[in-house]
Design a protein around this ligand. Structure first.
Ligand code: CA
Length: 678
């Protein structure tokens, strides 16, 4: 029966194509294209010889100015892309026509708990249903033909600052979802639900809870002795699994990347020492039971926000003459790891960017060797990588054609400073970092923040080739059997490179920063390359040298290319930064100082240190007279909450708001008197 159906489909496609080789439709059914998350496509219609003939096939406006991190799925000719605030758009993948839209109506006030923008990275699919994690912690099954909700579960406690930005994954009849929130203070966990009913199958806690209570997962028995004092459970401990997962069906294992400690400083979090399992670890769980099979901790006793939530890639590779089932990860800590994914054995670990916190990873013990330069217990230290990591969430790509791992890396660093008099604030970030001391020392040198594209060769443990970019925070990657590597960058370009040597083959300017990863599919004999444009995400509080967001408004859209197409590229509106007339400063210096401190606690995470914004959020030094007039209504009454500006009336009073306003005016006057080029 199946055989005849197959022949019928093949005949139909062959006839519709007319002549030339048979080309079946090919979709993109799971987040990383396959269970091993390689992001390597076997399609080769678009190849190194003809990629220069790419043109715009269609584009779709997401009508957002917030960060766009989606990897769309394409199934049976329909593209399912997610947008900020966890909205799903179903589009005809050939034309870009909207078929349906699903808005889970995340309360905009929840943006308060998004450390790194109100982004979403994609949906999962099983049968007729899609699965969506929402910013406010829900997991929703959506019928994929109609966009109607099938079931919903709240996966996180709603009285804690949890968020979901990552894509769920489907493994053997279960849908698995993690969460984020470690910067604010939560306890990480991962949960699996039955795809049909939404009934919970298992939950794995990544860090232990209150040691006075019974363990709420049996595998925490090895984790608990690695924590010591500090009352971490009251803040949460962290260990959120907010992005990476991969699945090996033969081994029956799901691999999950676990995040940083909460608070960041281990001197506060676990003052008695210890590795603090399973922070900054790769864990391998039995996918059906949620029981731990092995774990590998990339950063024991994490002290630097070195999450290991970064992209996990599975491949079968010859290592020292032996075919191994491997797992690869470049976590934030700056080392690129290869593990045996059957048992977690470390095969290799090499620095892929400049690293100062550790000298190397000892292959015998599997542990990093920490340096004095990385210890900030008693004295602030400038440490590399910083909290943005040597690599962040932007996906890598492993090409089976070249055997190279393509990695979007960047140089970052930060002054770390232990906050000895730290106290937990449940309504804000809890890092136990003395940010005032750090910022006084910080030298804002844009040259130190650079992006790299590395084509990593595991035979030599160094890049076969690499590119250096003006700006950091560039896009994820796609490699194909056509010998082409695709990447978007912070400066707005979408580029095709030859996979073997990095030669630039084709490039287009999108006028919008790109950091989402490209994807590809084939319909009716034509291959398409798609990428979501729209800058944002973690750390957008700071200015980004070389980013196109300095010149154009940040307009999110999906752009899709094919050979021979010639539609005109959509263009974002040019940005004009004009400071309005400013009132004179009437507040006392004490009030301005109070405003500066309060701004640092509640406002700086989005609007930037010293009110100098990365332009994803308004630069308040350009605030109009009208906004000064209604300042307290914005900050306290939440009149702009529908636009994404939350209310802070639970933590600020009128005197605080007036002080923040005075501080912003101070900064605006300083800019007026000392203009800076954008
Ligand atoms: Ca973090």
């Amino acid at each position: 029966m199946k055989y005849w159906l197959f022949l019928w489909v093949v005949t139909l496609l062959a006839c519709s194509d007319g002549s030339g080789p048979l080309r079946l439709d090919v979709g993109w059914p799971t987040h990383g294209l396959d269970a091993g998350e390689t992001r390597y496509s076997e399609l080769d219609d678009i190849n190194a010889d003809n990629v220069s003939q790419l043109g715009l096939a269609w584009s779709y406006e997401l009508n957002t100015n917030r960060g766009v991190e989606t990897t769309p799925l394409v199934v049976a000719g329909v593209m399912y892309a997610t947008a900020p605030w966890s909205v799903v758009h179903a589009l005809d993948a050939k034309s870009g026509k909207l078929l349906w839209q699903f808005d889970p109506k995340v309360p905009k006030q929840w943006g308060r708990w998004a450390c790194c923008d109100v982004v979403n990275r994609g949906v999962a699919m099983s049968g007729d249903n899609l699965f969506l994690g929402t910013l406010d912690g829900r997991l929703i099954a959506i019928e994929r033909h109609t966009g109607k909700q099938v079931w919903v579960v709240q996966t996180t406690p709603r009285d804690k600052p949890y968020t979901i930005t990552g894509a769920p994954r489907v493994v053997g009849g279960l849908v698995v979802i993690g969460n984020g929130g470690a910067e604010y203070g939560v306890r990480g966990f991962v949960t699996a639900y039955h795809v049909d009913s939404g009934e919970q199958a298992w939950r794995f806690y990544t860090v232990p809870g209150n040691p006075e209570l019974a363990l709420d997962h049996p595998d925490l028995d090895i984790a608990l002795p690695t924590w010591s004092g500090g009352g971490w459970w009251e803040i949460g401990g962290g260990g959120t699994a907010w992005d990476a997962m991969a699945y090996d069906a033969d081994l029956g294992l799901i691999y999950i990347g676990v995040g940083n400690g909460s608070p960041w400083s281990r001197y506060v979090r676990s003052p008695g020492g210890g590795d603090n399992l399973f922070l900054a670890s790769i864990i391998a769980l039995n996918a059906q039971t949620g029981r731990l099979v092995w774990h590998y901790q990339t950063t024991p006793g994490d002290n630097w926000d070195y999450t290991a939530t970064q992209h996990l890639v599975l491949a079968d590779m010859v290592v020292n003459g032996e075919l191994r089932k491997v797992l690869m990860q470049a976590p934030k800590n700056g080392f690129l790891y290869m593990l045996d994914r059957a048992n977690g054995e470390l095969i290799s670990a090499n620095a892929y960017v400049n690293v100062t916190w550790a000298s190397h990873v000892d292959i015998e013990t599997g542990r990093p060797v920490e340096t004095i330069a990385g210890n900030y217990a008693h004295k602030p230290k400038k440490i590399t990588p910083g909290p943005q990591g040597g690599h962040n969430w932007q996906p890598m790509s492993f090409s089976r054609r070249t055997g190279l791992l393509y990695l979007p890396a960047h140089d970052t660093g930060m002054w770390y400073s232990n906050e000895e008099n730290f106290s937990h604030n449940p309504r804000s970030w809890n890092l136990a970092q003395d940010s005032a001391a750090s910022r006084q020392l910080a030298v804002d040198d844009p040259a130190e923040f650079r992006g790299h594209l590395l084509a990593w060769d595991f035979q030599t443990h160094k890049p076969r080739w690499q590119k250096r970019f003006k700006g950091h925070w560039n896009g994820g990657l796609l490699s194909t059997a056509g010998g082409v590597l695709f990447q978007g960058t912070a400066d707005g370009y979408f580029t095709a490179y030859r996979d073997t040597d990095g030669e630039l083959l084709w490039q287009v300017q999108s006028t919008t920063g790109i950091f989402a990863p490209p994807m590809t599919y084939r319909i009716d004999g034509e291959q398409y390359i798609a990428v979501a444009a729209g800058f944002g995400g973690g750390g957008m509080a700071g200015k980004r040298p070389g980013a196109i967001i300095n010149e154009y408004h940040n307009e999110g859209r999906i752009i899709v290319f094919k050979l021979g197409a010639d539609r005109e590229m959509p263009t974002s509106r040019p940005r004009q930064m004009i400071q309005p007339m400013l009132a004179a400063q009437t507040a006392t210096s004490d009030v301005v100082a109070h405003g500066k401190k309060t701004y640092g606690v509640y406002c700086g995470v989005c609007h930037g240190s010293g009110a100098k914004s990365g332009l994803l959020f308004p630069d308040l030094r350009y605030l109009t007279q009208e906004k000064y007039r209604i300042f307290n209504q914005i900050v306290l009454d939440g009149v702009f909450v529908s636009l994404g500006m939350p209310s802070f009336d639970d933590v600020l009073d009128v005197a605080d708001a007036n002080a923040i306003k005075a501080f912003i005016l101070d900064r605006a006057i300083e800019l007026r008197d000392n203009p800076e080029p954008f």
